[in-house]
Design a protein around this ligand. Structure first.
Ligand code: HEM
Length: 147
């Protein structure tokens, strides 16, 4: 059972967080192009598509902590420091995505004056946060259960 839950957890992380990482990282550069005088309708269509990928896969990404918690309960490691740290970092990353990055992209699409650099910085921090969580998941510092 634990193996199934862990497989679903890792599968969800790959399928959901991967596309968000790529699409969110491409968004600021395309914003710069879409704001330039030579911008075309294709640039704007591209921005809408990238935002849609971020939004849809962010929702799918909710399954990552769901299967993660199920795996943790099944393994009996819910109180471990590495896991509590991961949960906190995951919560911060999710809040950044939901409260800052996605609304920032929406403001770009609505034509509001935005700084692509700020959006790029937020996305970079988001990517670093979940990359840190992956390292914690694999290294599990302080864990005495398994290698
Ligand atoms: C609430 C958040 C999370 C919880 C409770 C959680 C829980 C867990 C647990 C219990 C394991 C099993 C570790 C073991 O084998 O002893 C695991 C493994 C793993 N998790 Fe998470 N996780 C969370 C978030 C994430 C996120 C955001 C990612 C990636 C973006 C992620 C990626 C992975 C990976 C790649 C593994 C496999 C590591 C390995 O077995 O070597 N997890 N997670």
């Amino acid at each position: 059972m634990t193996k199934l839950l862990l497989s679903l957890h890792v599968l969800a992380a790959i399928i959901a967080i991967g596309p968000v990482t790529v699409a969110a990282s491409m968004f600021p550069a395309l914003t710069r192009r879409a704001l330039a005088p030579a911008a075309t309708e294709r640039d704007h269509a591209g921005l809408r598509l990238l935002h849609r990928i971020c939004r849809v896969y962010a929702l799918l990404g909710i399954t990552v902590p769901v299967f993660g918690l199920a795996t943790a309960i099944s393994l009996g490691v819910l109180g471990d420091a590495w896991l509590l740290t991961s949960i906190a970092l995951t919560a911060i990353a999710a809040a950044m995505l939901g409260l800052l990055i996605l609304p920032g992209q929406q403001r770009v699409l609505a034509g509001a004056a935005v700084a692509p650099r700020r959006l790029g910085m937020l996305t970079g921090v988001f990517n670093l946060l979940w990359a840190t969580v992956v390292v914690l998941m694999i290294v599990r510092p302080g864990s005495t259960t398994g290698a």
